[in-house]
Design a protein around this ligand. Structure first.
Ligand SMILES: [Fe+2]
Ligand SMILES: [Fe+2]
Length: 289
C-alpha cells in the first residue's frame, strides 16, 4: 500500500470573532449555528486531552520525522484550543451555558486520565481524531455548507478542518509506533472508537438541544429541519461520514487510506478573507466595531 506522509505546519492565526452574531452566524440560522457552537464546547478540553495523551509517548518515539510531526500536532491543537476558547467565551456571554457544559466534558476527560492506562488514552485520542478528521473532510467536501455565513466564523471552521486533515494521522502513527500492528492494538482502537463515539453523541445532542432552547428555538420547526438536514439530510455532514467511520474496523486501516490531500492545496483559498485582509472582510469588521 502507498504510504502518504504529511508533515503538519504550525500556524498562529487569530480570528477575532464578532460577539453580536455568535448564536446566529450560520446562513441557516440559529439552530445550525448552535449545533456548530456546541461542537466548539468540546474542542479546547478535548484537544488538551489529545495533547497530553500524545505527550505521554514522546520518550518512546525515536523516529525524527514522527517527533517533528508530534510537535506540530501539539502546536496545532493548542492554537485550535485558544481560538475555540475565544468563541466559547462569547457563547457564555450570549446565554449559552458554555462553561457548565465544558466542565462536564473536562471532568470526564480528567477522570479518564486518572484511571485509564496511557495506551487507552492514546486509543481514545486516535478514535476522536478519526471523528474530527471525518467531519473535517465532510466540511471541506461541501464548501456550500458554510458559504454565505459570517466570513470570520466560516474561516475559523475551515482553518480547523484544514489542519485536522493535515494532522489526521499523527496520533495514529504514534499509536502504531508504540503498539505495533497486532490484535491487541486493533481491538483496543475498535473498542475506543465505539466508546468515544457513543459518549460524544450522548453528550453532544442534549447540549445542542439545551443550547437551542436557551435561544427560544424549541418550537422553531423550520430551524430543526435545517439542523437535521445539515447533519443527516442535505448536505448531511454526518451522513457523509458513516462509510468512512466504518472503515476504521478494517484490520489494516490507516487514516491516509482516505486520500484527501487535494484539500491541502486550498489553504490560501480557504483562508482568503483572513490572510489577504479581503475588503469585504474588513468592511464587515469595521461595521462590527
Ligand atoms: Fe483541533
Ligand atoms: Fe486534531
Amino acid at each position: 500500500m502507498m504510504t502518504i506522509s504529511i508533515s503538519p505546519t504550525l500556524r498562529d492565526i487569530r480570528f477575532n470573532l464578532p460577539a453580536h452574531n455568535v448564536t446566529h452566524w450560520h446562513k441557516d440560522g440559529m439552530n445550525v449555528s448552535q449545533y456548530l457552537n456546541t461542537m466548539s464546547l468540546f474542542l479546547p478540553v478535548g484537544e488538551r486531552f489529545f495533547i497530553k495523551s500524545v505527550r505521554l509517548f514522546r520518550k518512546q518515539v525515536t523516529d525524527k520525522a514522527l517527533l517533528k510531526s508530534m510537535s506540530a500536532f501539539i502546536g496545532q491543537e493548542a492554537m485550535h484550543g485558544r481560538e475555540h476558547d475565544e468563541l466559547n467565551k462569547l457563547l457564555e456571554q450570549s446565554g449559552t451555558p458554555a462553561k457548565a457544559q465544558e466542565k462536564i466534558v473536562e471532568r470526564l476527560l480528567d477522570f479518564a486520565q486518572r484511571v485509564a492506562p496511557p495506551e487507552h488514552q492514546l486509543a481514545a485520542t486516535i478514535s476522536l481524531e478519526h471523528l474530527t478528521g471525518l467531519l473535517a473532510d465532510s466540511l471541506l467536501n461541501n464548501p456550500d455548507s458554510l458559504d454565505g455565513s459570517d466570513e470570520r466564523y466560516s474561516a475559523m471552521w475551515r482553518w480547523h478542518a484544514y489542519e485536522e486533515t493535515e494532522h489526521k494521522a499523527v496520533a495514529f502513527d504514534v499509536y502504531q509506533h508504540v503498539m505495533g500492528n497486532n490484535l491487541n492494538a486493533y481491538l483496543l482502537r475498535c473498542f475506543w472508537l465505539v466508546t468515544a463515539t457513543s459518549i460524544y453523541f450522548a453528550l453532544q445532542y442534549p447540549f445542542y438541544i439545551e443550547n437551542v432552547r436557551r435561544q427560544n428555538g424549541m418550537r422553531d420547526v423550520k430551524g430543526w429541519i435545517k439542523g437535521v438536514n445539515f447533519l443527516w439530510g442535505k448536505p448531511g455532514l454526518k451522513r457523509q461520514c458513516v462509510g468512512a467511520w466504518l472503515d476504521w474496523f478494517k484490520p489494516g486501516f490507516h487514516p491516509w487510506d482516505h486520500d484527501n490531500r487535494h484539500h491541502l492545496e486550498k489553504f490560501e483559498e480557504l483562508l482568503k478573507p483572513v490572510l489577504n485582509n479581503d475588503p469585504e472582510y474588513q468592511a464587515a469588521d469595521a461595521a462590527m466595531s
